[in-house]
Design a protein around this ligand. Structure first.
Ligand code: PRP
Ligand code: URA
Length: 209
């Protein structure tokens, strides 16, 4: 069964409160999502292996650790996942970015795929799937399945807010994928929106409502 890691850092909790507030406008919302994503990148990369290399300080030679040849791929689920890319790149600047375009049909709630473009060497990369909202889990599961069908074998999922229903669905569909969350909320409402949540993440990021 996959691990579920819920962030407990005060800075993340503070910024999460700000993005939930309906009076926070798109500019501030985008900046906060970037900042939270940078803070989450710190946690998501915690298990990256290290190797010692020899360097020379101004005083003497020493062996000192560096990240051991990790190749990372960031995979935002369009649209809203785009809001998390810059924050992650702040800490993992050499990552390649692949895009998975999905939207949730408002009636069936099923994910509909409309665009996908991945780095060629996806099988060799540690992939970090980005989406602010994990509601029913349908979009995340479809994205993970698409990545696996494309050869990926090492995937993590990073979301800002999840419903318990979505976490359970992803764990059942992809028990090998660890899930990193800013918060787990109470439930889904009748329209499969997360309660209390933050509303429609894409609309709030891009000002489309
Ligand atoms: C939102 C969100 C997730 C999805 C979550 O995207 O960004 O991708 O819904 O819902 P689920 O867990 O029930 O699948 P949306 O479909 O609204 O598209 P958008 O990002 O283009 O706004
Ligand atoms: N998508 C969103 O943007 N918000 C939700 O609460 C659920 C799905």
């Amino acid at each position: 069964m996959s691990r579920v890691v819920v962030m407990d850092h005060p800075l993340i909790k503070h910024k999460m409160t700000m993005i939930r507030d309906k009076n926070t406008g798109s500019k501030e919302f985008r900046e906060l999502v970037t900042e939270i994503s940078t803070l989450m990148a710190y946690e998501v990369t915690r298990d990256f292996p290290l190797e010692d290399i020899e360097i020379e300080t101004p005083i003497t030679k020493m062996y000192s650790p560096v990240i051991a040849g990790k190749k990372v791929g960031l995979i935002p689920i369009l649209r809203a996942g785009l809001g998390m890319v810059d924050g992650m790149l702040n800490l993992i600047p050499a990552a390649k970015v692949g895009h998975v375009g999905l939207y949730r049909d408002p009636v069936t709630l099923q994910p509909v795929e409309y665009y996908c473009k991945l780095p060629q060497d996806i099988a060799e990369r540690d992939l970090i799937v980005l989406d602010p909202m994990l509601a029913t889990g349908g979009s995340a599961i479809a994205a993970i399945q698409f990545l696996k069908n494309s050869g990926a074998n090492n995937i993590k999922l990073v979301c800002l807010i999840a419903a318990p229903e979505g976490v359970k669905a992803v764990q059942e569909a992809a028990p090998d994928v660890d899930i990193y969350l800013g918060a787990i909320d109470e439930k889904l409402n009748d329209h499969a929106y997360i309660v209390p949540g933050l509303g429609d993440a894409g609309d709030r990021l891009f000002g489309t409502k």
